[in-house]
Design a protein around this ligand. Structure first.
Ligand SMILES: *Cc1c(COP(=O)(O)O)cnc(C)c1O
Length: 410
């Protein structure tokens, strides 16, 4: 079967809830992926930062197969010998009291919302049914009906109401707007330290510190969604560390199991997560031994391969090089670590055509919000491969018309 055959099947039998680039991948290794025609590409999306450790990391493959041969799933009706170890290792690594494991990012966010509301009613004394959570314009926290209900993106909401009440939005990056929106019933402020899906939007310097201060003063839980920014992507284990700030609650997902398995978690103090009682919340697969074993190894890889340091150093270098490209199409290059967005000018004609041109040259990147090219390669990327990526990006952005297919063959 060729590329066109797979695409035809997918279009016929699979719901059209994405608009993927027309490349059909069949194999991956490190920063590289291969399509069914044998063409090789540099993966510059890393599955939205789930693949910080790279494709098929040998240590993760080994951890997965080892655990799969022993025990995959117990449900939480019984205990297993991997969950307690992941819980301790994750909490010690990130400096939190407790964790609650889930599978997808959206579930971790839902869990944080439930935990914050419960804290509001039992600790802060908010009247029953009145809890409010403040989120930001441009937010992305997943796709459940509750979460899309407080999205400011019309496409995420249209046709899916009615929505869950109890949320309000304030402009991202504006701590004063947050303070004004707080009422005695506000239990949490949910935000991304950098807005990935909104187009790699970096808030003004000092924003996280101000948010911390406002949340503490009004007794509101600061809830950082680090599902995309966490675990090394921005050059720190948590992006909040860039401003020396510790959120009350953190959601993690994506790279938590290195793209090998869906594992997500909420981390928080005992005051918040300690409120859950048996029966309050659950998930058949959450905390399963297979996911926990892979996540434990994925965390060790991040630490032992110095992925935070790599992201910080390489990211600064790439950003400098991108900012020096004298292309008429570039409005701004921004980001932290290896989470980088190239904001195009209105005249550029959208980011999609540049992503298509990059694909023809063997670089896979995806447009976000129409006018931003996101570059987020696995953090294990070598200097040479990064250099090659910069060359391709430069040539595509300097070309008046995207070049025809020149993808490397192997
Ligand atoms: C991807 C993402 C999510 C949702 O994760 P899923 O695993 O797709 O449910 C939530 N928050 C942020 C910031 C994300 O980037």
């Amino acid at each position: 079967m060729k590329t066109a055959d797979y695409i035809a099947l997918e279009e016929r039998y699979n719901a059209h809830n994405y608009l993927p680039l027309d490349v059909v991948l069949t194999r991956g290794e490190g920063v590289w992926v291969w399509d069914v025609e044998g063409r090789r590409y540099l993966d510059c999306l890393s599955a939205y930062s789930a693949l910080n450790q790279g494709h098929n990391h040998p240590r993760l493959v080994a951890a997965l197969t080892r655990q799969a041969q022993r025990l995959s799933l117990t449900s939480r009706a019984f205990r297993n010998d991997q969950l307690p170890l992941l819980a301790r290792e994750l909490c010690e690594l990130l400096g939190y009291d407790m964790m609650l494991p889930m599978n997808t990012g959206a579930e971790a966010v839902e869990t944080a919302i439930k935990a914050a509301r419960k804290w509001g009613y039992t600790v802060k004394g908010v009247p029953d049914g009145q809890a409010e959570i403040i989120a930001c314009t441009g937010n992305f926290h997943g796709r459940t009906t509750t979460i899309v209900g407080f999205s400011s993106e019309e496409a995420y909401r249209a046709g899916f109401g009615p929505f869950t009440p109890g949320f309000r939005l304030v402009p991202y990056g504006d701590a004063e707007a947050l303070e004004h929106a707080i009422t005695p019933n506000t239990v949490g402020f949910l935000f991304e330290p950098i807005q990935g899906e909104a187009g790699v939007v970096v808030p003004p310097e000092g924003y996280l510190r101000k948010v911390r201060e406002v949340c503490s003063r009004h007794r509101v839980l600061m809830i950082a969604d680090e599902i995309q920014t966490g675990l090394g992507r921005t050059g720190r284990l948590l992006a909040c560390e860039h401003e020396g700030v510790r959120a009350d609650m953190v959601t993690l997902g994506k790279a938590l199991a290195g793209g090998m398995y869906p594992v997500s978690a909420v981390l928080a103090s005992r005051e918040a997560l300690g409120l859950f009682r048996p029966g309050d919340h659950g998930s058949t697969f959450g905390g399963n031994p297979l996911g926990c074993a892979v996540a434990r190894e994925a965390l060790r890889v991040i630490v032992e391969e110095h992925l935070c340091e790599r992201a910080a150093e390489l990211g600064e270098y790439v950003l400098g090089r991108l900012r020096a490209i004298p292309s008429p199409w570039i409005a701004e290059c921004r980001g932290k670590g290896l989470l980088i967005g190239i904001q195009l000018t209105p005249e550029a004609g959208g980011a999609r055509r540049f992503c298509e041109a990059l694909k023809a040259r063997g670089v896979l990147a995806k447009e976000t919000h129409g006018t931003v090219i996101r570059l987020a390669p696995p953090l294990i990327i070598s200097r040479d491969d990064l250099e090659w990526m910069i060359e391709q990006v430069t040539e595509v952005l300097m070309a008046e018309v995207p070049q025809p297919n020149r993808a490397a063959r192997r």
